[in-house]
Design a binder for this molecule. Structure first.
Ligand code: DGJ
Length: 377
């Protein structure tokens, strides 16, 4: 008994010594977990609880079909942000073909927040029903008592059915028969989009929810920020106090601005958002915005990236902005380098956020660690 305990301890120490190897971030390169396997948590987000960071993401598989959900949402935990333990699949797809999260559906950009009132971990994600391409455009919610899961799927739906956004003018609530005949991207069409053509179209069945993120403010109010209106306009939708539904208070951000991949943070009382344009899995130039109120108006700040490959966000697309615990000025920009032909090969680009007055700046680092923050801000 004693001998086997000693052997087990020896192997566990060896494993820890071999795989607790990272003391820096190496953007865009392979990143292994503490078992020596590539981290598989794409389009992810992070929650911090009791000294531990939990990273949730899309579990991708090999081959062209690897962007559909064949397993579910994965979770990794870390105390130092460099070395991650695999906690397994915390939201599993279901075998039942009638389930909304049946194997082969699309689950993208899962994000988890903790609800202080209910003591539950609440996960939201973008769900596409199996075999329906990207038409369903649903927001989906699951809950758990434990950050390591299992998460229990609750429901998926289109947000804000039958509710107009804050301050939506009465004159825009009426559909004109002519607008459906406008030529896409013509000036008249863009004006119609800005004036809510797709909000009106989706009023009865609920607004679209594709790329998304979650944000909990200091007053514990939570928000889903989601690409809606055929990805032309972001919506910000307040959640109910238990974070499992919408309060029906919502607003539009950048109408006709064509933003995906929203990531949001707050510094010195100002909200910042970084997004991408819409070019499928291909990289494009990131955008940044700021606002004094989460409801806007959001001021356009331009591409936060500087230097070589800034126009392609260093070949990546935003997914989340992580505030480092206990550090007022330290935020990590998290992004994905997608590999649509073999999604499992996608890598992660994490970069420190610098500031130029009230503008976030992203600069490439081949390799960096948290000490960078002592020099950059
Ligand atoms: C870009 C989005 O940001 C991704 O999450 C994914 O939906 C792809 N488009 C699909 O083409």
């Amino acid at each position: 008994m004693k001998l086997s305990y000693t052997i087990a301890l020896f192997f566990s120490l060896i494993t820890t010594a071999v795989f607790s190897q990272y003391n820096a971030f190496v953007p865009g390169k392979g990143w292994k977990d503490t078992d020596g396997m590539p981290i598989n948590a794409h389009g992810g987000g992070i929650v911090f609880m009791h000294g531990v960071y939990y990273w949730y993401g899309e579990f991708k598989t090999a081959g062209r079909g690897g962007n559909t959900a064949l397993k579910g949402v994965s979770c990794y935990s870390s105390k130092d942000l460099y070395n991650w333990n695999n906690e397994g699949i915390v939201l599993k797809v279901e075998e039942n073909p009638n389930s909304e999260i049946t194997k082969g559906c699309v689950i993208e950009r899962p994000k988890v927040v903790y609800n202080k009132k209910t003591g539950k971990y609440v996960m939201w994600f973008h769900l596409e029903l199996k075999g329906q391409g990207y038409d369903a455009a649903r927001a989906a919610v699951a809950i758990s008592d434990n950050p390591k899961g299992p998460f229990q799927f609750i429901k998926s739906f289109r947000p804000n059915k039958g509710v107009w956004p804050i301050g939506f003018k009465d004159e825009f609530k009426i559909t004109s028969s002519a607008e459906s005949n406008l030529t896409p991207w013509s000036p008249e069409w863009i004006t119609a989009v800005k004036n809510g053509m797709f909000v009106r179209r989706d009023y009865d069945k609920g607004q679209m929810s594709r790329d998304m993120t979650l944000y909990v403010d200091e007053d514990q109010k939570a928000y889903l920020i989601h690409s809606a209106e055929e990805n032309l306009t972001l919506h910000i939708s307040e959640l109910t106090d238990d974070y499992t539904d919408f309060s029906e208070k919502w607003n539009r951000i950048e109408p006709a601005g064509h933003n995906e991949a929203p990531a949001i943070f707050k510094k010195d009382g100002i909200y910042y958002m970084i997004t991408s344009g819409c070019t499928g899995w291909d990289p494009n130039a990131a955008r940044s915005f700021k606002s004094k109120s989460i409801w806007g108006p959001w001021e356009v700040l331009g591409n936060p990236c500087v230097g070589k490959d800034a126009s392609l966000t260093f070949y990546s697309q935003s997914t989340f902005i992580l505030p480092i615990q206990g550090k007022k000025e330290q935020f990590i920009f998290m992004a994905d380098r997608w590999k649509p032909d073999n999604p499992i090969d996608g890598t992660y680009v994490w970069l420190p956020i610098k500031f130029n007055k009230e503008k976030p700046v992203l600069e490439w680092f081949d390799k960096w660690n948290l000490e960078v923050f002592n020099q950059i801000n």
